[in-house]
Ligand binder design. Structure first.
Ligand SMILES: C[S@@+](CC[C@H](N)C(=O)[O-])C[C@H]1O[C@@H](n2cnc3c(N)ncnc32)[C@H](O)[C@@H]1O
Length: 340
């Protein structure tokens, strides 16, 4: 029996995520889309081999993957829960009962007579009885449960092999009272996913800063910020003496720049290649041990090709620490870079 997986991407990027699997496993084939961006696929190589290849070189558009070890028919009635528990008794524990674990359930479609929390609770209990410890935020092992109205898919894996600690890569943050923009979620997620160390103080350059969400987060970490954008910043930031607003485009400002920065950010609404070129010019002003982060806005058509071409251009001139279509990215990807 070939190994099977559930892969998850943004709804539009499903075919690109599938191509990313095929790039490391030519024989992989889609069984079917459970919904746009969530695919059930059959591998030509063992799941562990795919996981090891992606640990070495992670994909960009596939934001979550988990193996499928068992499937079962479902009726969307509470009986399903008993069947799931029974299956878990047969197949648990997964990799090692002593690992901190989490059960991550996704319900696809409507008409459920139970919630994903009901499933999580019932199945977690099975693993707890095996002596496991529950750690929902930082699990080492995960029981992934994907339920459609007619079929359930269960698989055990190391969280590190799933590409994300969160079910389906869905990482949500709470909206904060003084939050300025939705874009802040992108930055918070990128800091976490790419494990970027925040310097204690220092200076940040924020290209395409308005209305100022990313600048706000940098200020919250104690950095002074040079915020470059022809558009207005939120009045709360405009009044902050440690935010220096340059009302110019990045292209106008960079040639005059003398300072060096600890962090450089670029969330400019701009063609991806053009934005990467601006970023490479800005990199001359990044400290040797600093890092930079940019979003690349992708076209609707050929998004995967454009992303690959811009990443190749960046890799020629700097080290790419990570590149991912994050949960909070729409038609874009986020890339973390540093000096070679
Ligand atoms: C998505 S918004 C940035 C949101 C911001 N990161 C935040 O958290 O609030 C994109 C910004 O890029 C700016 N922009 C577009 N082209 C630019 C350029 N050439 N130089 C500087 N800023 C630019 C736009 O004015 C716009 O404010």
């Amino acid at each position: 029996m070939p190994d099977e997986v559930i892969l998850t991407s943004s709804p539009d990027a499903g075919p690109i995520a599938l191509d990313e699997i095929r790039a490391v496993d030519k024989a992989a084939r889609l069984r079917r889309w459970l919904e746009p961006g969530i695919g059930w696929a059959e591998l030509g190589i063992p799941w562990e081999t795919l996981a090891a290849r992606w640990r070495a070189q992670p994909p960009v558009f596939c934001r979550h993957i988990c193996p499928v070890h068992v499937r079962l028919p479902l009726q969307q009635t509470p009986d399903d829960l008993d069947k799931l528990v029974e299956l878990c008794w047969q197949f648990s524990p997964g990799p090692d009962a002593s690992y901190p674990f989490s059960v991550q359930t996704r319900l696809i479609g409507g008409g459920w007579s139970y919630t994903r929390f009901d499933v999580n609770t019932r199945l977690a209990h099975v693993w707890l009885e095996h002596g496991g410890t529950l750690d929902v935020r930082h699990p080492e092992a995960v029981l992934s449960v994907v339920l459609t109205p007619t079929e359930g898919y269960l698989g055990w894996s190391r969280a590190a092999d799933n590409l994300s600690d969160w079910a389906g890569g869905v990482r949500r943050f709470k909206w904060e009272a003084d939050q300025i923009s939705r874009a802040e979620f992108k930055l918070l997620e990128a800091l976490e996913v790419f494990k970027l160390p925040m310097p204690a103080g220092g200076l940040a350059l924020d290209l395409g800063a308005a209305p100022g969400g990313w600048t706000r987060i940098m200020r919250r970490h104690g950095l002074r910020v040079t915020a470059v954008d022809p558009a207005e910043l939120d009045p709360r930031l405009a009044a902050d003496p440690l935010v220096h607003h340059i009302r110019q485009t990045a292209q106008q400002y960079l040639p005059k720049l003398k300072e060096t920065f600890d962090v450089i950010l670029n969330d400019m609404r701009m063609d991806a290649h053009a934005s990467a070129r601006v970023m490479l010019a800005a990199l001359k002003h990044l400290r040797d041990d600093g890092w930079a982060l940019l979003t690349l806005k992708l076209p609707e058509r050929k998004a995967g090709d454009v992303a690959a071409s811009v990443l190749a251009m960046l890799r020629a001139d700097c080290r790419v620490l990570g590149a991912r279509q994050l949960f909070h990215n729409r038609s874009e990807i986020t890339v973390a870079i540093t000096h070679h």
